[in-house]
Design a protein around this ligand. Structure first.
Ligand code: HEM
Length: 435
């Protein structure tokens, strides 16, 4: 595993990204509803897609890929510099959209591009090993999706700078880019890691190989067909892409339902995050198909597209927020024990669940679900106050989760003596407790 500051750097920045994205959605709700393709609205979209989701998913993958690949990252120094470049670029891009500054947009795009190149070089070590399985296969394809969405984004930015002389940024051309990013990178990364994380966090044993192996192959194949179909406005190819993507995502949901039936952790908040995330995925699929094929007026179609994009962001966003309550305490717990903090607030051996408050995690789940639901519902119905309230709830979710996971470890070890792991406590009456 990489040193804790690498995944935690990404994940903390992602939490701040959610606060920024939620606040931007609250302030610019009017533009998101009335002018979804205006630069101010595109700025909010990229705050969610880049500063929150992309940065968060990269944090989880930097922690996870070395473990499933059985090999460390190529370089810790490279990892630390990519944290800086990617986070800076993922904030600069939305700012460039907000200022409608195409030159800054290209600079931001190149910064993200260089950062992502560093990420691919670093993760290629653990992901090119012999260790296989659906998670490794899926992450190899999702990193490919990240490279493609960034390359498309930089090209579109340059095209805007050149007055759209290279390619007309018509809705279907932009949606090709959006689906590579949302499904081919963010969604597929979750589909891939879920195949390893779900059995572990849900305490559910899977018999045999499970349908996840279909999901990690069908989703990238479908996204490739869908993106080319949308980009060149080829209806048949687009339809074929939709069918294959839906088949892949159905295999992902089938994998989840099988594990939930066997889970020994039914009442854990994580189950709430995982199930609500799956509900937003299904809503996103229905809205996406309706946006493509329903006989509706252009304004209604545009609302369906906005609601689809927000719903798919809810799918990955809720999954990220939920799994962060497992991944972050595990990383901090490992780091605290390594630095001599072996006992928790009660004097008993320190455990990961000592490092955050469950009392904050549960209302956090409610705030996150209501936030995404209000944004999706508001975009679909044209209700600006709903989108604004949803944005505020998501910003609040970010603040609560940052505080809970950031301050929790300090509170847990405050006052507890440092000692080497396995060393008995010094106080005279401890023999039986230590057991
Ligand atoms: C996870 C990655 C990404 C996702 C999911 C994503 C998603 C989107 C979406 C949904 C739109 C349409 C917005 C709207 O019309 O309201 C869009 C447009 C655009 N994106 Fe991205 N994006 C991503 C990364 C990037 C990157 C890295 C760049 C780099 C420069 C970029 C540049 C653009 C440009 C230039 C447009 C077109 C704006 C226009 O219509 O003039 N995107 N993206």
């Amino acid at each position: 595993m990489p040193p804790a500051d690498v995944p935690l750097g990404f994940l903390a920045a992602s939490g701040v990204g959610l606060v920024g994205a939620g606040s931007a959605a609250a302030i610019l709700a009017g533009s998101l509803v009335a002018h979804p393709t205006a630069d101010r609205s595109i700025a909010v979209v990229h705050m969610f897609m880049l500063a929150f989701l992309t940065v968060g998913v990269l944090g989880a993958i930097h922690q996870f890929a070395p473990v499933i690949g059985g090999r460390p990252l190529r370089s810790v120094a490279l990892a630390r510099s990519t944290v800086g470049m990617v986070v800076a670029g993922c904030w600069l891009l939305p700012l460039a959209f907000l200022l409608s500054d195409n030159r800054l947009l290209v600079v931001g795009g190149v910064l993200v591009g260089v950062g992502v190149a560093g990420v691919v070089v670093n993760l290629s070590a653990p992901l090119s090993g012999r260790a296989g399985g659906p998670s490794v296969t899926g992450l190899r394809w999702s990193l490919g999706g990240l490279v493609v969405v960034v390359a498309m984004g930089i090209t579109y930015a340059g095209d805007r700078q050149a007055g759209e002389r290279w390619v007309k940024l018509s809705p279907h051309v932009v949606l090709a880019h959006a689906h590579v990013g949302l499904v081919g990178w963010l969604g597929l990364s979750y589909v891939a890691v879920a195949e390893k994380l779900w059995p572990m966090f849900l305490l559910a044993r899977r018999r045999g190989r499970g349908p996840g192996r279909f999901a990690v192959r069908l989703v990238p194949a479908g996204v490739a067909l869908l993106a080319v179909g949308l980009f060149f406005d080829l209806r048949l190819l687009t339809a074929a892409g939709v069918v294959v993507v839906v088949a892949g995502l159905a295999a992902h949901l089938w994998s989840l339902s099988g594990l939930l039936r066997k889970s020994k952790r039914r009442h854990d908040p994580l189950v709430g995050y995982i199930v609500s995330s799956a509900v937003f995925l299904v809503a996103g699929m229905v809205l996406g198909i309706a946006a493509l094929y329903a006989p509706v007026a252009p304004q209604v179609r545009s609302r369906l597209v906005s609601a689809e994009v927000a719903s798919l962001a809810g799918w990955v966003g809720l999954a990220l927020l939920g799994h962060a309550y497992k991944i972050v305490p595990f990383i901090t717990w490992t780091a605290l024990r390594a630095s001599g903090h072996a006992s928790g607030p009660t004097g008993a051996p320190l455990v990961p669940s000592d490092l955050f408050s469950d009392k904050l995690a549960r209302p956090g789940l409610f705030a996150a679900i209501s936030g995404f639901a209000l944004v999706v519902g508001g975009l679909l119905s044209g209700a600006v106050p709903a989108v604004s309230a949803g944005g505020m709830l998501l910003a609040l979710t970010g603040i609560v989760q940052l505080a809970n996971l950031g301050v929790g470890p300090r509170l847990a070890v405050a006052g507890s003596p440092r000692r080497r792991v396995g060393q008995r406590r010094a106080d005279p009456v401890d023999a039986s407790d230590a057991g």
